[in-house]
Design a binder for this molecule. Sequence first.
Ligand SMILES: Cc1ncc(COP(=O)(O)O)c(C=O)c1O
Length: 487
Amino acid sequence: MESLEKLDKKFIWHPFTQSKEWEKEIFEFPVVISKGKGVYLYDSRGKKYMDGISSLWANLHGHQHPSLDKALSNQLKKIAHSTFLGLTHEPGIRLAKELIEVAPKGLTRLFYSDNGSTAVEVALKMSYQYQLQKNNLKKSKSKNPKKLEFLALKNSYHGDTLGSVSVGGIELFQKKYKPLLFKTNFVMSPHCLRCPFRKKNLPAIEQQVYSYSNQKPKPGDFRAQTACHWQCLKEVEDVLNKKNKKIIAGILEPIVQGAGGMIVMPEGYLWGFANLCKKYNVPWIADEVAVGFGRTGTLFACEQEKVTPDFLCLAKGISGGYLPLAATITKEKVYLAFKAKYEKLQTFFHGHTYTANPLACAVSRANLKIFKEEKVLSHIKKLEVVLSHHLKELLQLPQVGQVRQAGIMAGIELVQDKKSLKPFPLSLRVGRQICLKARNKGLILRPLGDVIVVLPPLAIKEKELVFLMRGIKQTLQEFFVSPKFSV
Ligand SMILES: Cc1ncc(COP(=O)(O)O)c(C=O)c1O
């Protein structure tokens, strides 16, 4: 019988994976996952690994959580799937109510879809149609709206469908598809550690963990100094000021730009962004697909700066990492702008077959319950301290350029030269190689380029987090002293 590895090599095309590397990797580092329990994954040979990336930033309470398993099997006894187009069901209704109750104040209407990209796609289409139906956008002489645009941040990632790629600010993922994309105005990423406006004037902050919760403004703090004049927000204002009748909406990942490299925003940026959008009457979209559900220490990242977006996009952790589900939550005024006689054709013509899948909704309800019952947010506070301590230790290593953290998500950026932050050559694939080596220490990791991501399930125990961080440190130390490694 052919091995699973051989069958995989023969039949599968893996996402975000260079097949040339994968077809070797699957035999050199074979990991066919067959089971998960708590924060651990087990492969088909019975080897145990810690899930250091929460199965792509989704798992929250561990694998095989009894309450989630129970919610799923109970729902399965009733029905696995029925459509939400023209019909409705209890898990979908109840979950919507429960999510709206905990969402930032002012969000009242929930539209389901089934993954992060579609949650964003919905927000993009909905904001466009809303603006159109409210007559908010500038018309050309032919009465059609002028060419319309979005506003987004460099280094942002919002998914892989063409709409979400259009507002994505990572050149690598956009470049190939550019001729297919709509116009977006990209403003600078609020990435203080690499900001050209702070470099000369401000004390080095590379020596500390760049942690969101450490960034409380105080005299002498780099943000209290005026050297940068919030240039990043100034760029937002410039676009909004110049083009406000052409901009459909602004979009950003609040607090952390995840796939862009775990870039942590300075405290105040999110508030500034939200208020500029308000000032120029431009709706804004908070993509909380990665940062939602406790990751940054609050249930939603927007809570950190007490802002309410016009559209809130949720996926990944919404079902505790169990099943594909997503939601776009918006305000009543948006909902009402679509409510009209059918022949006015103001319906939101969008929907997916598995929209609001009842199994996923039932599990998501149990997910929300766990947040309360298991005091998840106070557990994250403790984890945050442990994580920060170990990140600080990593900063001593010569190849660690920067470490960034918000809540229980962090990035460790590896560089060739610490002083200039010069990156390693792309061909070395340093991040990838390190993550593969970490398997020998029983860790599953996945990098973002040369940024090692630390994003374990929220349920991880403090001592397990120590194990994860020690494993990363040892892997880095062994990798960089290995005679096989040279630049
Ligand atoms: C901020 C953000 N938005 C959207 C997405 C896309 O989500 P999905 O992979 O479920 O389509 C991701 C995925 O990593 C993300 O991090």
